[in-house]
Design a protein around this ligand. Structure first.
Ligand code: ARG
Length: 671
């Protein structure tokens, strides 16, 4: 049931009598901002009036006379300059509610435009520990996959692991120089992580040291520029002949120059911190001195691995399963699975073929010894093979695209990847046409950064990114404090044993992290704040889970009261359509919220924005809370009131549970 779509279709038919192109006007139907004026509103007549050169109210009257809204709406009202207010009939709501009661999928219909959609998500670079940034792609991608699947699309999920890049050069180098075969064999995952961290620290140290000289020069320039701008701004301000606009402009320029100085100073500070961490540790300092060429050496190890060097390939084969174990542990904890995990290494043998294809099409040019593709509308070319013969990220993506087309032939591919890679995807997508792949729609579903409490990309004090697992553990611990504190436990009957408490803490804690990520629009950065995430109040998973638990608690109590085993089955079997009737406005409001479930999922998938489903669930949970305050369910002897309210409670439970499931979040039967 999609009320919006239903109304749109009716409008489309009526609008076709007024214009040749009714679709865009029919689409101008929104949920009404103020329920006192109706449930939906169309503002089509404003635009249509303009187009037809007639007063919008006149068009509205004409349109209303041609609209066939039976049996969905009351007679529409024309308001203000020409809005059409629509109020759904109570009988239509109750009969839809009745149908929903018998519907397995909480009233959500399968699409009749089935598509094959491949979703590339998570895709971490393995061999380095997963951090909080990885959660975004994983959680957003998984939610999109579930939602598209639920609507009936053919979804293929593929984890494009970074299992072939420099990070392996890093652990190979670390292993060869600092590793102990026995120690690694005995405890591979943490030992390899240690080797990664040490080698990476040495690389960062050398890079930071090198960058400091250039940064100092940059700072001097920026300071001189800032001094100049400040002087100019002061001069303008003290000159009585200049106007306010000019003074403001000069001041803004001075402020921007000062901000630039601060930004460079911060960069210097960060680089110095990295340098200091090594210099002040005699053991590290000695290692760093001995391994001064580590950045280049790591690239050589990577290149050797790519070229098939026996030793490095063997090490890769040895390490990769452990790296996979490591990330699989996180996936298990998050409850995330993939249909395919075809990492970058899978495409290695296809890379020369990509270059050959592009050559044949006459798209490549040599530039500085590298093979490049120059694209219209881009300042810089796309490099597909470096001078030393190495292939790039882009080359692999092209090979992957060819493979996906051949093997899966999808209609759409979604790349759920950090927005910092948007230039890569713009260029890469621009290659699809010359490669003759215009029948696949390629979409970069981009997302912003996870910020720490200080508003900067989340990092620990030492400057390394916070490990994902410690964050998950922390959230679970806090969830236990919130959901299973002594005050709440005291109210539980039967008492809640440790085992159930731990299960709830895990569901609430992991759910909190996922929901916090999903509830922000993906394109925005958000602050990671565990206390807010697990809070029982507000737009949190915890609130939704708590609302669900409340519905189940009411159902259990009514079942007890009425001595019925399976209250949900009883309700479905023993309720007739005419027994569902509203006696309170809060019942009607909840019914209409529940009937908007499909609309919410469709909105979320069409914008690739799971936050729209979160918003919907939050609104629904709040509406349910109002209903709970206003409408007693227990101890109700009137069969109509009891059945109507029970149906609303049961369907609220179903919608929240299903909605959370689509977001990858579980529920608890009591909380
Ligand atoms: N491994 C990459 C990274 O961590 C993301 C890969 C995304 N998918 C793709 N087909 N490029 O940055």
């Amino acid at each position: 049931m999609n009320l919006s779509a239903l109304l749109r279709a009716r409008f489309q038919t009526a609008l076709a009598t007024l214009t040749d192109d009714p679709a865009p006007y029919a689409a101008m139907i929104r949920v009404a901002a103020d329920p006192r004026f109706g449930d939906y509103q169309s503002n089509a007549c404003m635009s249509l009036g303009k187009q037809l050169g007639k007063p919008p109210r006149e068009i509205a009257a004409l349109l209303v006379s041609r609209l066939a809204l039976d049996p969905v709406c009351e007679t529409p009202e024309i308001a203000g300059p020409g809005f059409i207010n629509l109020r759904i009939r109570d009988e239509f709501l109750t009969s839809s509610l009745f149908a929903m009661l018998h519907h397995e999928r909480a009233g959500v219909e399968l699409t009749d435009h089935r598509e094959k959609i491949l979703i590339d998500y998570s895709s971490p670079n393995v061999a380095k520990p997963m951090h909080v940034g990885h959660i975004r792609s994983t959680v957003i991608g998984a939610a999109l996959a579930e939602m598209f699947r639920f609507l009936g699309h053919d979804v293929i999920t593929d984890n494009h692991l970074g299992d072939w890049g420099t990070q392996f050069g890093i652990i190979i180098y670390g292993y060869k120089h600092f590793g102990d075969a026995d120690v690694v064999a005995a405890n591979p995952v943490p030992e390899l992580a240690k080797l990664y961290r040490l080698t990476n620290q040495l690389i960062e140290y050398q890079k930071a040291k090198k960058s400091l000289i250039a940064l100092q020069a940059k700072l001097t320039d920026a300071q001189a520029h800032a001094a100049h701008e400040t002087a100019a701004s002061n001069a303008v301000a003290s000159d009585t002949n200049t106007n306010a606009k000019e003074a403001k402009k000069a001041l803004k320029a001075a402020q921007a120059a000062a901000r630039r100085v601060d930004a460079i100073a911060a960069e210097i500070n960060a680089a110095q911190t990295k340098v200091k961490a090594v210099d002040e540790d005699p053991r590290l300092a000695a290692i760093a001195a001995e391994h001064a060429d580590v950045p280049a050496a790591v690239l050589r190890e990577t290149a050797k691995m790519h070229e098939g060097d026996a030793e490095n390939r063997a090490l890769w084969e040895q390490f990769l399963p452990h790296c996979k174990d490591e990330i699989n542990r996180v996936y298990d904890r998050l409850g995330v699975t993939f249909d395919h995990t075809l990492g970058e290494s899978f495409y290695h043998d296809r890379l020369p073929g990509v270059v050959a294809t592009l050559d044949k099409l006459g798209l490549t040019k040599q530039s500085d010894g590298a093979v490049c593709v120059f694209l219209d509308g881009f300042d810089s070319p796309m490099i597909i093979q470096k001078r030393d013969g190495a292939y790039l990220y882009a080359t692999t993506d092209l090979a992957t695209l060819q493979y996906r087309q051949e093997v899966f032939a999808p209609n759409r591919i979604l790349y759920v990847v950090d927005s910092r890679q948007s230039e890569h995807f713009e260029k890469f997508f621009a290659m699809a046409e010359p490669l003759g792949m215009t029948d696949i729609e390629l979409i970069h579903v981009q997302f912003g950064t996870v910020l720490g409490a200080d508003g900067r990309p989340m990092k620990t004090r030492s400057g390394s990114l916070i490990g994902l697992e410690s964050l998950l553990n922390d959230a679970v611990a806090r969830a236990k404090d919130v959901a299973c504190n002594p005050d709440r436990l005291a109210t539980m009957n039967p008492p809640m044993l440790e085992e159930e408490q731990n299960r709830i803490a895990e569901t609430v804690g992991i759910g909190a992290i996922k929901y916090a990520d999903l509830s922000h629009h993906r394109a925005t950065d958000y602050r990671f704040d565990v206390d807010k995430m697990v809070a029982l109040e507000g737009n949190t998973a915890t609130y939704m889970q708590y609302s669900y638990a409340r519905t189940q608690s009411i159902l259990r109590r009514v079942a007890d009261e009425q001595k019925i085993d399976d209250i949900q089955a009883w309700l479905v079997e023993n309720t007739t359509a005419d027994q569902l009737q509203f006696s309170e406005p809060a019942e009607r409001a909840l019914a209409i919220a529940l009937l908007r479930f499909e609309e919410a999922i469709e909105g979320a998938v069409s914008a690739y924005a799971p936050n729209q489903l979160c918003d919907y669930l939050y609104e629904t949970a709040k509406t349910y809370s109002t209903f709970n305050d206003a409408c007693r369910v227990l101890g109700n002897s009137d069969p109509i009131v009891l059945r109507t309210r029970l149906a609303l409670v049961m369907l609220t439970g179903r919608v929240i549970k299903q909605g959370l499931r689509l977001l990858g979040i579980g529920v608890c039967e009591r909380m």
